[in-house]
Every structure is written in C-alpha cells, then in structure tokens.
Ligand binder design. Structure first.
Ligand code: 2AM
Length: 403
C-alpha cells in the first residue's frame, strides 16, 4: 500500500478482515462476497485493492470502472452491467476465488438486490464495506478526486442514496464454509441416530405420527438456511424498531466483518425445529441486543444470550425464527429445575447425553463443545432462501473441530 493510501486509511479504521489475524484465517475458510460501497472518489478502490492483496491467492477483484460503467443515480442509465455480471458469475461458479470483491458505488437498490440474489445462489456470505476517509461524503472534495469528473451537482444527486447506512434483513454470525459443512454433516448424523433411538420411536405421537410409524427426521426437517448463521438482530432492512440504533452501536460497528469462534453446547429437536445452542462469550455478548430474549418471551426473565442458536432445519411451514423460541422453552424448563429424562447416549460424530423433556422436545448435551468459525455481518437478500436439509454429504470430517 502506498504511503498516501496508508494515511487515508489509518490502521485503527481498517476493517478487521485486513488487520485481525483470526478474521483473516476465518475469511480464508469462508466464501465471501465483499461489496465496496460509496461515492466516486471516496476511497473504495484503495480499500478494494488492499483486500485483494491481503487474500491474493484466493481473491478476485472486479471493478465497475474496468467496464467503464459511469456512476449515475439510476445504475441502469449509467452503463451496461451484463459483461461485469458474466465475469462475476464465472467467478462464483469456478470456485477458484473464495473472496470476491466488487468495487462499485452500490447506491441503487435494484442493482444491489440482483447482486444479493447472485451471492445467495452461490452460497457466498456478503460483507458491505464503506471507506472511512474523512471526505467520503464531502462533494466539494470528491469533485476533484473522482476520475469520472462528475460535477458537484451529479455528486450531490448521488449522495442521498449513499449517506444512509444499508441495513440488512438481519445481522449475525455467518459460519465459515468449512465449518458449516461440518455442522451440517454433524446435524445429519445426530438426526439419524436420534431417529433410531428406541426411546425416540416410543414417543412419535408428539411429531404427529402413530406409535409404529417410521419417521425420517431428515425428511421431516425439510428446510435449512442457505448459509448457517446465528442471528443477533432481525432488522427487516430497517423496518424493525431499534434496528438503526443497533447498527449504530460502536460494538456492532467494530464487530462488522470480524471473525468469531462460536461454541455449540447442545443440539435441540422439537417437532418444529432442529437447532444448535450457542454459548456466547463476553465479547460476543457485546453485539447481543438487550431485548433479544424479551422480543419473543416478553413475560419471562431469561438469561442474556440464552436465545443464541443456529437453525439447522425446520419442518414444512415453520419459520426459522421458531428455533430460538423453541430453545427458550428448553431454557425455561431448565430454569424451573426440569432437566428432562436421560434416555441414553450418542457416540457418533457427536457424543453426549440425550434428554427427553416433554411434547417432543429432545436435547443432546454435547460432551465436548463444537467450535465453529464465523464472520459477523448482515444478510441483505430476500427472506426465505433455504436449502433442503438433506443436502450434500461431502463433509470434511477429518477437519472437524470438537473441543
Ligand atoms: P433464526 O435466526 O432464529 O434462525 C430471517 O427470518 C432470519 O432472521 C432467520 O434466520 C430468523 O431465524 C431470524 N429472525 C430473528 N428474529 C426474527 C423475527 N422476529 N422475525 C423473523 N425472523 C427473525
């Protein structure tokens, strides 16, 4: 990086994916689509190049400038994105680059939606980065800095679309691809073993099945999130009360694009959902909303962080948000001293004691916590993108991380 560039982006203002070793290692195990966003001349290209260099063996930088797409209030009137999108698709498909960087203004919602759809199709987690240069919104300065020679007027027209932060559908920790594959495989193994337990077969009516019927839990939980994640704050793109304030919190800003290790302590099954219970660290609790538990259980006083989970699968017609609600039902029973009945032990990919609570509620208390690497970011695409739980079995078992 040139000394001018270093001056423009002092280390303290650089995103964690450039300066934090744990984050760099996590990004290397992930599939990440990084969108640089901001006005022309604000410093996106410098940042984009620095990221490309940091991950040079696995990154690919694509820039709208390369395709001579001039920033305009409506992206569609600024230039033709078809060639750029072809390159992007090739990049996602070829799987050579796991860090795909796109340098463009990214001010047009329609354009962004298209990009988020593409990221979903190829299972890339999204990170949106904006340069922190002092002049990033200063049109008078940008007029002399942008190589498109946009006039003050043109810049002022673009500014309103970019000065407001882009809020996601939800914020959370998104699992690194490698660890996600492992957790999906673990969840398959767990469901297969649980379904074969005598004690489970005896309690089928809670799942709406007759006593002697066969229940394939992998089929029962027909849907699974596109990218496994632990949600912190559901924002609905800013429509949820308090989401803007959440995004503005210093801890959230600092956490954005940073790598975290999540600790899974138990796997939970109910007739509606299967999920992993996550035990948050003190550092992780800094980004946990104060009302996360109250949001779904307003009358209870549940421990902070006790809703933290990763949805692994849901039954047909059941929404993902149900997994956290189901988890809190377990927590409530435990709080009242009812720890469930121990019905056996599992000794497969996961080991631990299986407890039966009531109404089809099963919990596997892991004898060793599972650690999964993740990146804190947002999900910006359309709601409801899911994949069948019975997905690829190409796990990477030899690289599993059980504590
Ligand atoms: P989950 O994190 O509990 O699995 C989109 O719906 C995502 O936001 C899902 O991942 C969902 O579930 C999470 N989520 C959290 N709170 C939500 C809410 N109040 N409404 C809808 N989804 C919510």
């Amino acid at each position: 990086m040139s000394s001018q560039a270093s001056k423009d982006h002092p280390d303290g203002q650089k995103p964690p994916l450039l300066v934090d070793d744990h984050t760099v290692a996590t990004i290397r195990d992930s599939k990440i689509f990084i969108l640089l966003r901001g006005l022309p001349g604000s410093g996106k290209t410098t940042l984009a190049r620095e990221i490309e260099q940091k991950y040079k063996d696995t990154s690919r930088l694509i820039s709208a400038d390369q395709y001579e797409i001039k920033p305009a209030v409506r992206s569609s009137s600024g230039g033709d994105y078809s060639k750029l999108d072809d390159e992007l698709t090739t990049c996602f498909e070829k799987r050579e680059a796991r860090v795909v960087i796109l340098d463009d203004t990214h001010h047009d919602r329609e354009r962004l939606d298209k990009l988020f759809d593409m990221a979903n199709t190829y299972h890339f987690a999204v990170v949106v980065l904006e340069p922190k240069t002092p002049w990033r919104l200063d049109c008078a300065q940008l007029k002399d800095r942008n190589h498109w020679k946009l006039s003050l007027e043109e810049l002022k027209n673009l500014r309103p679309t970019l000065e407001k932060e882009l809020l996601p559908l939800y914020f959370g920790w998104f699992l690194a691809k490698r660890d996600e594959d492992f957790l999906r495989k673990t969840s398959h193994d767990f469901l297969e073993q649980l379904g074969n337990l005598k004690a489970f077969k005896k309690r089928l009516p809670a799942f709406g099945y007759e006593d002697k019927q066969k229940l394939d839990l992998l089929k029962h939980f027909a849907k699974s999130p596109n990218i496994l994640h632990c949600t912190t704050k559901f924002c609905d793109y800013g429509k949820v009360l308090g989401s803007e304030e959440y995004a503005q919190q210093e801890a959230v800003k600092k956490a954005y694009s940073k790598g975290y290790t999540l600790h899974i302590t138990a796997l939970c099954v109910t007739p509606k959902t299967v999920g992993a219970q996550v035990e948050l660290t003190v550092d992780q609790l800094l980004t946990w909303p104060l009302d996360a538990e109250k949001e779904v259980m307003p009358r209870d006083n549940l421990p902070r962080g006790s809703r933290a989970h990763i949805t692994l699968g849901t039954a047909a017609e059941v929404q993902d948000v149900q997994t956290g609600i189901d988890l809190l039902e377990f927590v409530k029973l435990q709080q009242s001293g009812r720890d469930g009945e121990n019905v056996g032990e599992l000794t497969g990919l996961v080991t631990g004691k299986v407890n039966y609570y009531e109404n089809g509620m099963w919990m596997l208390n892991l004898s060793r916590k599972i650690e999964v690497k993740s990146i804190f970011s947002g999900y910006y695409g359309k709601p409801g993108v899911s994949v069948p739980l019975r997905g690829s079995k190409k796990g990477i078992l030899n690289q599993c991380q059980i504590m």
